[in-house]
Write a new protein. Structure first.
Length: 328
């Protein structure tokens, strides 16, 4: 449930809505409040209070005219359990970057938590989204520990689910822990993928949901990307024809036969699945996902001759998936 109101009782004390002057005297900022919730977890009610800054006089829905400045999580008595501030910078009469926040219940088979998603626009690749998960730790609502940074040693982050694929095409063996698994809708820079995340409610920790390993020619296993479900809104080109390289497997190696597909204007392009090693990165008290060596499996005009894997900005743009900000 999301409601936007002109004046709301804040978590503790009445906050001023009077206009403020920015560092540029000609620009006036207004404070606007937004309430998300209430969310019921373990029989208790929690509300998110968002304080946004808006350029006075900007048209409704104007690009880069409003950004998040502060977020608070409050219990049903109004006490602030968590707060986070967001610095902002003006360029002329608009913000250099805008931040928005959304929240939803994160329900598992055992317990329930709260997922907060932050979206940044415009942003560098891999920084468009970040997340936090809150749940009960030691009897109190608190921020859960993140699944792990990308360490300098390149050691793998902790995980509790492994999908092992045999190189000879044998059936995959899935090994999973006894924790709840939840799904994140994550932006790759071109489209959304659905990424699993495991939640240890008892210890208040988040863990990598799945890693995919494959037996190679030598001893041991090596990590490959996991297949992920795709959600996308295509923006087809106006050109009469586009061209894309289609690979039989999600790898670019010497000697692999590559199909150079012609994509006519109005062609039927189906997005089958994506593959990448999803990399979790810690950024302060939020977590981010990055997708190095991202591949997308497509089929064009339902023609199996034009079915396979593509990657790279040029080929993704050819099928109507150019690099852009997250689609809300």
């Amino acid at each position: 449930m999301v409601a936007i109101v002109a004046m709301l009782p804040p978590c503790r004390a009445q906050q001023s809505n009077r206009a403020e002057l920015s560092t540029k005297p000609a620009v006036t900022l207004e404070s606007m409040e937004q309430r998300l919730g209430p969310f019921t977890i373990a029989g208790q009610s929690f509300t998110l209070m968002l304080q946004n800054k808006r350029v006075a006089g900007a048209p409704s829905g104007g690009t880069l005219a409003q950004t998040l400045a502060k977020l608070e999580i409050c219990d049903q008595s109004g006490a602030v359990l968590y707060h986070k501030t967001f610095p902002y910078q003006l360029e002329d009469s608009r913000f250099h970057e805008i931040v928005t926040a959304s929240a939803r219940l994160l329900a598992g088979d055992n317990l329930t938590g709260l997922l907060v998603t932050y979206t940044h626009q415009p942003a560098l690749p891999g920084t468009e989204q970040s997340w936090q998960v809150f749940g009960f730790r030691n009897g109190k609502m608190a921020l859960f520990e993140q699944p792990g940074a990308e360490p300098a040693t390149n050691a793998p982050a902790q995980f509790t689910g492994v999908l092992m694929r045999a190189q000879n095409g044998g059936a995959p063996m899935i090994v999973r822990g006894q924790l709840d698994i939840v799904q994140l809708r994550a932006w790759t820079g071109n489209f959304y993928v659905i990424v699993p995340l495991r939640v240890d409610w008892r210890s208040g920790k988040l863990l990598v949901g799945e890693r995919c390993l494959e037996s190679g020619g030598g001893p041991g296993l090596h990590e490959i990307g996991c297949d992920m479900r795709v959600e996308a809104e295509r923006v087809p080109s106006n050109a009469e024809f586009n061209f894309a390289r289609i690979f039989p497997t999600p790898e670019e190696q010497a000697g692999i036969s590559v199909q150079h597909a012609v994509i006519a204007k109005g062609a039927d392009v189906q997005l089958l699945k994506a593959r990448s090693i999803a990399t979790w990165v810690q950024d302060g008290d939020v977590m981010r996902l990055q997708f190095p060596d991202l591949w997308l499996k497509v089929i064009i005009d339902n023609n199996t001759d034009n079915e396979g894997w593509i990657h790279g900005e040029q080929d993704l743009a050819a099928v109507g998936l150019p690099t852009r900000s997250p689609v809300q």
